[in-house]
Design a protein around this ligand. Structure first.
Ligand code: DI6
Ligand code: FE
Length: 399
C-alpha cells in the first residue's frame, strides 16, 4: 500500500466501536489526507513510501472536535461579570443595556473583518489543545444582514486557520429590540427571509434555536425547524437549559442531530432522543459559569443509549470557555462522565452531533487523517489535569 506518511511506535485511542479502542504498539498511515491504516503494527499491511515519524510511545487520538460554540461575537462582557459578582441580577444587567443585546449591538457595529479578527484568538486557544474541527454558530446579529455577515465570518475562520469549520444558523437565539413584543413577527423574518437567504448562499450546515422562556417557544421553534427542513438543512436545539419546554422531544421528532444543555430534560425527552438517535450535547462550562445546580440526567441518557457529546459552548454571556481539555475535566467532575465518555464526547460523538461521523471522530481507514498526538502515559490524563496542555502535535489532513 502506497502512503504519504506513517506514525510509528505510538499508542492509539482509536475511539472506533464503543470504547476507547486502545492499541498498544500502533501505527497510523496516511494517504492523500486520509487514514489508510490505523491499528496494531503487527497487523499492518505492507506500507510503502512516505515519511516515517517515530512517536516514541506517545498517544494518538482523533483530532478533537468542539461541536457547540458561539465563537463569532464582538464587544466584551467582562464588566457584566464584575456587576454580577457585586450582586446584580441578569435582569438588572439586561435593563441597564447589558446582556445578550449588548453583544448584539457590538456585533452589528463590527465589520466582517473585525468579527474574524475577534474570533481568531478564541479559535487559536481551541486549536492549541488539539481541536481540528469546530462548529460555529451565528446568533448575535439577529437581522438578515448581520446574521449573514456572522456566518461569512465563521466560514472565513476555516480559511484563516488549518481547521474544519461547520457553521450553524442561530437566528432564533434572542429577540432583537426592534421586535420587542412581537416574537412571532421575528420568527416570520427568520423563516421567511433569513433561512432562505442562508440556504441560497450555502452559508450554514445546520439550523439551531434557543427554545426557552427567555428565548423562543416550542411552537416558534417548530416553525424554524419546518423552514430548515424545507431548505434541506438539518436541525439542532438549545433545549431544556433553564426549564422544560419539551424542546428535545420536538427536536427528536425532526430527526435533530443534537439537543444541547438538557439540565431539565425528562424521561420522555430521553426516550424520544434515544429513538431518533439524537445526540445529547452536554455543556459543563455553562453549567459551571452560571452556577447551575440541576444536573443533566446523565444516568438516564446512558441507560437509554443516547450518545453524549461534550462541548465548550464558548460564548460571552454564559460560557467564556476556550479549553476543550477543561471541558472534559468538567464533564467528569461535574457530570460524572467516565474518561471514555469524555473522550468520545469530543471525538466520535461530537462528529455525530455535526453529522460528520463518516468523515472524522475516530481513527479508522477512510476517515480524514486528523490527529492529536499527546505526551501522556494514559488517556485519563487528558481528563484528569486542569490547566495543563500535553499536546505534542496536531495533524490535520495528514499534515
Ligand atoms: N444559551 C445561553 O445561555 C446563552 N445563549 C444560549 O444559547 C447566553 C448567550 C449570551 O448571554 O450571550
Ligand atoms: Fe450555546
Amino acid at each position: 500500500m502506497q502512503v504519504d506518511r506513517i506514525w510509528t511506535n505510538a499508542r492509539l485511542a482509536t475511539l472506533a466501536g464503543d470504547g476507547l479502542g486502545i492499541v498498544e504498539d500502533g501505527v497510523v498511515a496516511c494517504a492523500d489526507g486520509r487514514i489508510a491504516y490505523a491499528g496494531p503494527a503487527a497487523g499492518a499491511p505492507g506500507l510503502d513510501g512516505g515519511e516515517r515519524i517515530d512517536c516514541a510511545g506517545r498517544w494518538i487520538t482523533p483530532g478533537l472536535i468542539d461541536s457547540h460554540t458561539h465563537l463569532i461575537w464582538a464587544g466584551d462582557r467582562a464588566h457584566e461579570f464584575e456587576l454580577r459578582l457585586a450582586g446584580a441580577s441578569y435582569e438588572e444587567i439586561a435593563r441597564a443595556g447589558g446582556g445578550i443585546v449588548s453583544t448584539m449591538a457590538a456585533t452589528r457595529a463590527a465589520g466582517e473583518d473585525a468579527l474574524v479578527a475577534g474570533a481568531l484568538p478564541r479559535l487559536d486557544a481551541l486549536m492549541a489543545e488539539g481541536v481540528t474541527t469546530v462548529e460555529v454558530k451565528s446568533g448575535y446579529g439577529l437581522s438578515p444582514e448581520h446574521e449573514l455577515k456572522s456566518l461569512r465570518a465563521a466560514r472565513r475562520l476555516g480559511q484563516a486557520r488549518d481547521v474544519t469549520v461547520r457553521t450553524t444558523f442561530l437566528g432564533a437565539h434572542a429577540l432583537p429590540p426592534e421586535f420587542a413584543g412581537d416574537a412571532d413577527g421575528y420568527i416570520d423574518l427568520v423563516c421567511g427571509e433569513m433561512i432562505p437567504a442562508v440556504a441560497a448562499a450555502g452559508l450554514a450546515d445546520a439550523v439551531d434555536a434557543f427554545c426557552e422562556g427567555i428565548g423562543f417557544t416550542a411552537e416558534q421553534t417548530r416553525r424554524v425547524f419546518e423552514a430548515a427542513r424545507a431548505h434541506g438543512l438539518p436541525v439542532k436545539l438549545h433545549a431544556e437549559q433553564l426549564s422544560n419546554l419539551h424542546g428535545a422531544e420536538l427536536a427528536a421528532s425532526f430527526g435533530a442531530l443534537s439537543a444541547d444543555h438538557l439540565e431539565h430534560l425528562d424521561d420522555a425527552g430521553v426516550a424520544a432522543m434515544a429513538r431518533a438517535g439524537t445526540v445529547a450535547t452536554l455543556l459543563p462550562g455553562a453549567y459551571y459559569f452560571t452556577r447551575e445546580t440541576r444536573l443533566p440526567p446523565v444516568e438516564a441518557l446512558r441507560a437509554a443509549g443516547v450518545p453524549m457529546a461534550l462541548a465548550t459552548d464558548c460564548n460571552p454571556g454564559t460560557s467564556p470557555l476556550t479549553s476543550i481539555l477543561l471541558t472534559m475535566n468538567m464533564g467528569a467532575t461535574l457530570f460524572r462522565l467516565t474518561v471514555e465518555e469524555c473522550l468520545a464526547g469530543v471525538t466520535r460523538e461530537a462528529a455525530r452531533a455535526l453529522g460528520m461521523a463518516a468523515e472524522v471522530g475516530t481513527l479508522e481507514a477512510g476517515k480524514r487523517c486528523d490527529l492529536a498526538i499527546w505526551d501522556i502515559e494514559r488517556p485519563a490524563e487528558l481528563v484528569y489535569r486542569m490547566g495543563f496542555n500535553p499536546l505534542h502535535a496536531r495533524i490535520r489532513r495528514g499534515r
